[in-house]
Ligand binder design. Structure first.
Ligand SMILES: [Zn+2]
Ligand SMILES: [Zn+2]
Length: 275
C-alpha cells in the first residue's frame, strides 16, 4: 500500500533527535507520503528543511490562528519567499480557533483573510484549521475563497451542515485519529459516509491526537499511526483498506499537486540543502 499522512508536525520538539526513526517507522507502516505543516515562521522554515531532507516529505508554510498575534507583513514576506521552495505544496495551517483564543479574534480574522489572499496569489492550496468559530470561518471563506482556489479542512470536527458547505466550496475533508476514539469519535463516524470518495483525506495531526489502539501505548502520535485511521475508515465505508489507501493517495497528490507516481518508497536521501 501507499499511505499518505496529509497533516503532521514533524518539526515538533517532541521528535528532536528522532526524526530519522520517525520517518523510518512511517515507511515500515507503508506511510510513504507526509505533509509537515507550518504554524509560524520558525516552524515553516523547519518544515521546509525536513521536507528537503526526506523523500516523500512535503511542507506547507503559514501562520496558525494561535500564532497570528505575532504576525506582520514582514513575516508574511519571509513566508512568501520560503514558499518558493519546490517541496512547499500548500499554505497553512490558517483559520480560526475561538476555542482557546490564544490570539484576539480580530487578529485571527484579519490574518486569515490576508493569508487566503496570499495563497490565491501563489496559486497554492490552503490547509484550514477551524475550531468553534460558530460559522465565522465559512463567512470569511465565502468572500475570500475565490473560484479556482482549493484546500482541505483539516481535522474536521464540524456539523453536518458545515460539512455540506465545505463540500459545496470544493474543499477536501481531513479526518484524524479522532474517528477511532470510542466516545469522542461518535459524531465524526456518522459523517464519514457523507464525504464523497474524491474529497476524503486522512491525517494524524501528529504529535497530537494519537488514534486507537496506539493511544493505549504511546502518548505521542506519529505518521506511522495514520494506518489506524485508514483501517477504521475502511471498516466504516466497507471498503478494502488497499483500495481506500489507493484512493486517498491519489486525492492527496491531486490536492497538493504532487505526482502520484513519484517514487516515494525508497530509502531516505539526506540532501545537502539547508536553509
Ligand atoms: Zn490544526
Ligand atoms: Zn496541525
Amino acid at each position: 500500500m501507499n499511505i499518505f499522512d496529509s497533516h503532521c508536525h514533524l518539526d515538533d520538539r517532541s521528535y528532536a533527535g528522532e526524526l530519522g526513526d520517525i520517518v523510518n517507522n512511517a515507511r515500515a507502516s507503508e506511510v510513504y507520503g507526509m505533509m509537515t505543516v507550518g504554524v509560524n515562521l520558525k516552524s515553516s522554515k523547519a518544515a521546509v528543511d525536513i521536507a528537503n531532507r526526506y523523500s516523500g516529505c512535503y511542507a506547507s508554510v503559514g501562520v496558525h490562528p494561535h500564532d497570528v498575534k505575532r504576525l506582520n507583513e514582514e513575516i508574511l514576506d519571509s513566508l512568501l519567499s520560503l514558499a518558493q521552495n519546490a517541496k512547499v505544496k500548500a499554505w497553512g495551517e490558517i483559520g480560526l480557533d475561538f476555542n482557546r483564543m490564544f490570539s484576539p479574534r480580530k487578529d485571527q480574522e484579519h490574518w486569515f483573510a490576508r493569508q487566503l489572499e496570499t495563497a490565491e496569489s501563489l496559486g497554492t492550496p490552503v490547509i484550514l484549521h477551524e475550531r468553534d468559530s460558530g460559522g465565522r470561518l465559512l463567512e470569511i471563506l465565502e468572500t475570500h475563497f475565490k473560484p479556482g482556489m482549493t484546500g482541505v479542512v483539516h481535522c474536521f470536527s464540524g456539523t453536518h451542515s458545515e460539512l455540506k458547505a465545505y463540500l459545496d466550496m470544493g474543499l477536501y475533508i481531513g479526518v484524524t485519529g479522532v474517528v477511532t476514539l470510542k466516545k469522542r469519535g461518535g459524531p465524526l463516524r456518522k459523517m464519514i459516509a457523507d464525504i464523497p470518495d474524491q474529497r476524503l483525506l486522512i491525517e494524524t495531526d501528529a504529535p497530537y491526537l494519537t488514534p486507537a489502539p496506539e493511544k493505549n501505548r504511546y502518548r505521542r502520535n506519529e505518521p506511522a499511526f495514520v494506518r489506524s485511521v485508514l483501517y477504521k475508515i475502511a471498516e466504516i465505508r466497507q471498503t478494502p483498506p488497499e483500495q481506500l489507501s489507493e484512493l486517498l493517495w491519489h486525492n492527496t497528490c491531486r490536492l497538493f499537486n504532487i505526482p502520484a507516481e513519484e517514487p516515494l518508497n525508497q530509502p531516505s536521501v539526506i540532501s545537502k540543502i539547508r536553509l
